[in-house]
Write a protein that binds this ligand. Structure first.
Ligand code: FNR
Length: 187
């Protein structure tokens, strides 16, 4: 199965991007995880712009979500919510015809330099994903607190053993979740 990872941070030294880069090393054998096109160049949402057509990057992200068996969103928390740039990208994608998040299995992860690991952002994200009818995995939840002490910036990867184990457990649960949704969709 192919899983698309969307990163909510576009900063060069992003810890969340480090988590995304680490995911393929932690995935079960049957799961391929690929990074989505960056959300950095998605224009600010404006219905007038949309009236003139979707930009290529929005079409590419929407197409990648459509083709994927599931999506993992890895995001920082900004001011107790998700970064505006991630919300903006979701807003654009949500206006695409044949809205790609509908019935799409989704797993959430957040990494923060704070003590709660982005828990408030993830719960806002769950709420947003209700409207676009995503099917979000409940547990295990992955909140990576104090991520600056759990990653090796020189290698650009997440190094903390217990965090890597938790992510492995979530990816394993997500594999089962995705399979279950696919099976039920066929029946
Ligand atoms: C933050 N940060 C932050 N952390 C947190 O745990 N809760 C929060 O509400 C916020 N709010 C916040 C707002 C803004 C505007 C910034 C720039 C940062 C800190 C955040 O966890 C930290 O900068 C992370 O390193 C951001 O993720 P990336 O870019 O490293 O992936």
């Amino acid at each position: 199965m192919e899983i698309l990872a969307i990163c909510g941070s576009v900063r060069a030294g992003s810890f969340n991007a480090m988590v995304v880069r680490t995911l393929p090393l932690l995935a079960p054998a049957g799961m391929k995880i690929v990074a989505a096109p960056s959300i950095e160049s998605v224009p600010t949402y404006n219905a007038d712009l949309q009236a003139n057509g979707f930009s290529n990057v929005v079409l590419q992200i929407g197409d990648a979500i459509h083709k994927a068996d599931g999506v993992i969103i890895v995001t920082p928390e900004y001011n107790y919510s998700i970064p505006g740039i991630l919300k903006n990208a979701i807003d654009w994608v949500s206006r695409l015809p044949d809205q790609p998040f509908k019935n799409k299995p989704i797993a959430l992860q957040s990494a923060s330099q704070g003590v709660l690991g982005g828990v408030r952002a993830q719960y806002h994200l769950r709420q947003i994903l209700v409207f676009v009818e995503g099917l979000v995995l409940n547990k295990p939840e992955v909140f990576i607190s104090g991520v600056q002490n759990k990653a090796d910036a020189s290698h650009g990867e997440l190094t903390d053993g217990s965090t890597r184990d938790l992510i492995k457990q979530q990816l394993h649960a997500f594999e089962t979740f995705v399979r279950g949704i696919k099976r039920n969709a066929i029946e």
